[in-house]
Structures are given as C-alpha cells and as structure tokens.
Design a protein around this ligand. Structure first.
Ligand code: PLP
Length: 385
C-alpha cells in the first residue's frame, strides 16, 4: 500500500498557531524588523529563567561560535566534543582555527562518555563542548569536575535541551561558561532560525553581544535609545552578523509561553511509544533519571540485531507507508571532511559508528495527532513482526 503524498506524515513539523502569526504581523506593524524590543524581551526571559546573561542570536551555530570566541578559543587550540552530533558543533571550532578532538559516546545515552574525556586532554585543550543528545542531559557533574581540574572552559550545545533538567536544575543554569540553545524550525522552541547564548560571566556575555553585531560597541536597539546620537559608535573588532531579528523573536515569545504545553505533548508521545512498541526488537531511548526532565526533541530507537531487517530497509518501508523518519546522527567521523582532515576511520569511535548504523528517529512533535501516532505504531508493528 502506497499512501498519497498528501497524507505523508512528516518526520518533523513546527507548531505554529494563530498567536505566532499575529505576533509576526504586530512586529511588522511596529516597524521593528531587526533586533529590538521583542528580542530584548526574549533575552530577559532567558536570563530570568537561567540566571547569568542571555544574548539572542540568529542560530545556535552562531551562538556557539560567539561563545568560543569570547572564551578565547583560537588557532592551535583543541576543543573536546562528541562525534555524535550535528556538524555545527564541530565546525564552529574550525571557524576559529582550532581543532575539535572527538571522544566516543556512551552506548546507552548516546551522550559523550565522560570516562574517555580525560585521556583526550592535551596541553592544547581549551574547552569541552557536551551535546545533550535528543534532550537528555549529559553527565554534567563529571564533565564540570574534569573541566575544573584541568582549567578548561565548558560550552554546552543545548540545541536539543529545552526544557531539560540535570539533577533537578535546568540545563542553562549549571556552572558551564555558556549554554547555547537553538530555535531552528524543528527544535522544541521554533522561530525558523534563531538561538540564545546564556553566559555566566558578564564579560563573556558582553563580548558575545559586541561580536554578534560587527564588533560595534553598541547594538541597533541601544543606539536608538541611548542619549549618545545614533551615529556615534566605535568598532572594537571585526565582528559577525549574528543578531536576532525581532520578526523571529516575536514568534519566540509566543513559543516560549507555550513551551510547557508543547513539552507535555512530546512527553505524552514518548510514553505512548514506550508502551505500545514494547516487546519489539528495538532498543528504546533512555529515560531521564527519576525527577529529571527529558526534552524529547528526538525519540531515537535502535534496531536490534535480531530485528530481521536492516536500519536502511526499515526506513524505506516506513517511507513506503507514507511515514517520514530520520537518523540522528551519522557520526561526524564517518563524514568526508572530518575523516580526511583528522585521519579518522570508523574504528576511531566504535560506539558512535555502531549507533550511526542502527538508529532511527521516529516523528515526535506537538502538532502530531493521536491518529498520526497510531499510524506510526501500526506501521512499525507490521514491519517488525
Ligand atoms: C540543530 C542543531 C544545531 C544547530 O542549530 P542552528 O540553530 O540550526 O544553528 C547544533 N547542534 C545540534 C546538536 C543540533 O541538533
């Protein structure tokens, strides 16, 4: 049975309602298209929630670049991270002329294995970038302890981790130097493109703020509110163009107000998958420890060896039934650029290589209906039994 394209069940969809649409229209009517009061307000919300200072940017990639730059990462430095991530995490290290040093993942959580970090530290190591895979927090106590004992900075890639908690505290409020969220179209708070840096130190936050807008000593919004005339500004460095536009921030404000509701829906979808796929030859995504919150950005299953079907064939059969799935991730060490540049083979990170071959992301998003999920669950049962 091949379903028509009209009823194709997408792997991911943003949850945009009339309130978000009205907010964009209002933003356009207000005359503030670029960085202005809405982006300021979103920063205030993040700073109040997480402590420290928040800097709105136009992507998580931009935010991680800014954070590493502000923390002094430069040519010849090394930054330890996971290969089991989106390329953005590692590419920002290369932007600064530094080198990512990959450390293999834990087979249970798919997060960086802290037991392997210490062995990767050299005289050149400057920072550690953990990624909270799928929305489940990394072992941050272990990572922060290693960082502290070696004098390393920590920048969390929290693209999947809103709202995630670690030992009862929000990811974003821990002792890392910076935590960076993504508001990309498929993320748990979506503005299309966008992100937020939360930094503990106000000098670091200040450097991010300056460098996100050309290295100007004040941004457009402050320029128009300040007592100094708007044309008076200084350039203190060759900065970037990474500021968050108000059109997008206005969507973010509405999405933030719906974060709890959207997360409740994702949790409910995850619980139903756990219940109704039980007994099939798959490994389920790990649960958050008792009392902690999994953001459920991803619901990543792994086909077991006795599933009787390859991962690729499983994806094809889902697609034939009109259901979109995805893979998070194909480990970076299996990608041409990273393997050639650093002489990596699949064996360099065996756990990440194994995960890359077995993982399937099932659709999980707040706009999904019960009927959508029923269709997915029935398709998986029919393929695997
Ligand atoms: C989506 C994603 C990013 C990049 O986010 P952008 O906002 O698109 O720059 C970075 N890291 C991870 C793990 C991601 O999934």
């Amino acid at each position: 049975m091949v379903t028509s394209i009209n009823s194709f069940l997408h792997f991911a969809l943003p949850d945009i309602g009339e309130a978000e649409i009205s907010a964009v229209v209002e933003s356009l009517r207000s005359g503030w298209m670029t960085t202005g009061p809405s982006s300021k307000q979103l920063e205030t919300i993040f700073a109040d929630r997480f402590g420290g200072e928040a800097v709105g940017v136009n992507s998580c990639t931009a935010g991680m670049h800014l954070a590493l730059e502000a923390l002094g990462v430069g040519p010849g430095d090394e930054v330890i991270t996971t290969p089991y991530t989106f390329t953005a995490t590692a590419e920002v290290v290369r932007y600064l002329g530094a080198d990512p040093v990959f450390v293999d993942i834990d087979t249970e959580t798919f997060n960086i294995d802290p037991r392997l970090i210490e062995k990767a530290i050299t005289k050149k190591t400057k920072a550690i970038m953990p990624v909270h895979f799928g929305g489940l927090a990394c072992d941050m106590d272990a990572i922060l302890r290693i960082a502290r004992s070696h004098g390393l900075k920590v920048v969390e890639d929290a693209a999947h981790a809103l709202p995630t908690t670690y030992k009862g505290r929000d990811v974003g409020s821990l002792e890392s130097d910076a935590t960076v969220f993504s508001f990309y179209a498929t993320k748990t708070l979506a503005t299309g493109e966008g992100g937020m840096v939360v930094a503990r130190d106000s000098e670091v936050a200040g450097r991010c703020r300056t460098m996100r807008l050309h290295g100007m000593d004040r941004d457009a919004f402050n320029r128009y509110r300040s007592t100094r005339p708007a044309w008076q500004y200084d350039i203190i460095a060759p900065g970037f163009k990474y500021n968050m536009p108000d059109i997008l921030a206005s969507i973010g404000l509405v999405q933030y107000s719906r974060l709890g509701e959207m997360h409740a829906k994702r949790s409910q979808l995850a619980e139903r998958y756990n219940r109704e796929l039980f007994g099939l030859p798959i490994q389920f995504p790990p649960q958050a420890p008792l009392g902690d919150i999994h953001a459920w950005h991803l619901y990543e299953i792994r086909l077991k060896d006795d599933a009787g079907i390859s991962r690729d064939a499983f994806i094809d059969q889902m697609s034939e039934r009109g259901i979109g799935t995805s893979v998070h991730f194909i480990s970076l060490h299996l990608m041409s650029y990273w393997s050639k540049t650093y002489g990596l083979t699949p064996d360099s990170y065996p756990n990440a290589a194994l995960a890359s071959g077995a993982a399937v992301s099932l659709p999980i998003y707040s706009k999904m209906t019960d009927d959508d999920q029923t269709r997915i669950i029935e398709a998986i049962h029919s393929i695997l039994s």
